[in-house]
Structures are given as structure tokens and as C-alpha cells.
Write a protein of this length. Structure first.
Length: 192
């Protein structure tokens, strides 16, 4: 694994267009392996968030059922975020984010050891994501979306409260989370 590459990666699949529309390859195991992403995906998830500013996150699964994720928005626009929660990482608690939309076709690869969340920027957003392990409720975890120690700059208008699940309202602060994730020597860097 290339130690200079950020573990979180913004993927921009190429679209081949003509008068009929376009075609894109969203996942190819050999192509992703060549980019240094060599996990095996075993589950696909699909969500619909009806209200604008629906916020889902910040979620992860702890070992031994951690999940690598490949996230894309297939309808609408979202702001997608990954937070480093690997114990011993020099970038622990830091975050990166990117706008993913049906129009731009971008994807975000989020490896094990990062909390993931997104907020919808339009009504009726649909998000799909691949996972490297199946859902395991006993290993489900998270941290607060609005933790001031993380300081995510969510693109939510001042005074607007996002739509949250009951679970996300009561997630712990990062300071109260004893991370079981190990640092792999690759610090989080800005998305390219």
C-alpha cells in the first residue's frame, strides 16, 4: 500500500457520453486495486432521505466487523464526510468532505477506522454505498455529528436544525469514545 496516499479517497469515474446520455463504470475490482483500494465489497445499501438537510452520521462498525465503504449519490446532492477515529493517528479527529451528486458522479471511499456521515443538500436524495462487511448491530457505533472537537463545517444554514434519527441525537462525543481502530501509518490528507 502506498503510504503517501490518503486512506480516504475521492473517486471521479469517467463518463462516456453521446446523444443518448452517458455510461460510467462505478466499480471495477482490478481498477480499484490499481488505485490501492483492495477491499472486497459484500453488501450494497441504498437510502432515501426525503427532507432537505437530513443528516445521517457519524457512523462506523468496530472490529472485528469494521466496514470499508464506497459512497455515491444517485439522486440529488449530499455533503459526504469522513472523520479519522484511528487511535494514535496524527490526524485523529480531523475530517474531510466532498459534495457527491447525481450530476457529478463522484464517489467517496471511506476505509475502516473512519466515521462516516452525510447531509442532504436537496430534498429526496438517494445514496448508495458498498460495504466490505455486512451490518452487525452489536458492532454498530458512532460519534456526534456536531462535536465541537471535530468541528465539521456542515453546509447547513445558520439556525437550521438538521433532520436526525433518535440514534444520532444521542451519539457520544469523540472524547468519550475509546477507539478500537489502529493507525496504519497513513495520515488523513486533503481530498484531491
Amino acid at each position: 500500500m502506498d503510504q503517501t496516499l490518503s486512506p480516504v479517497r475521492l473517486i471521479r469515474p469517467r463518463r462516456h457520453g453521446d446523444a443518448r446520455g452517458w455510461f460510467t463504470e462505478v466499480y471495477s475490482e482490478p481498477a480499484f486495486t490499481a488505485m490501492g483500494i483492495d477491499c472486497r465489497f459484500v453488501q450494497d445499501n441504498h437510502s432515501l432521505s426525503a427532507p432537505i438537510y437530513t443528516l445521517r452520521g457519524l457512523h462506523f462498525q468496530v472490529p472485528p466487523r469494521g466496514q470499508d465503504k464506497l459512497v455515491r449519490c444517485i439522486r440529488g446532492r449530499i455533503f459526504d464526510v469522513a472523520v479519522d477515529v484511528r487511535k494514535g493517528s496524527p490526524t485523529y479527529g480531523q475530517w474531510v468532505g466532498a459534495e457527491l451528486s447525481a450530476e457529478n458522479g463522484h464517489q467517496l471511499f471511506i476505509p475502516i477506522g473512519f466515521a462516516h456521515g452525510f447531509v442532504t443538500l436537496e430534498p429526496d436524495c438517494e445514496v448508495t454505498y458498498k460495504c466490505s462487511d455486512t451490518y452487525a448491530p452489536a458492532e454498530d457505533g458512532g460519534v456526534r455529528w456536531d462535536d465541537p472537537a471535530i468541528g465539521i463545517d456542515w453546509p447547513i444554514p445558520p439556525g437550521t436544525q438538521p433532520e436526525l434519527s433518535p440514534k444520532d441525537v444521542k451519539q457520544p462525543l469523540l472524547a468519550d469514545f475509546d477507539s478500537p481502530f489502529a493507525y496504519d501509518g497513513r495520515p488523513l490528507t486533503a481530498l484531491d
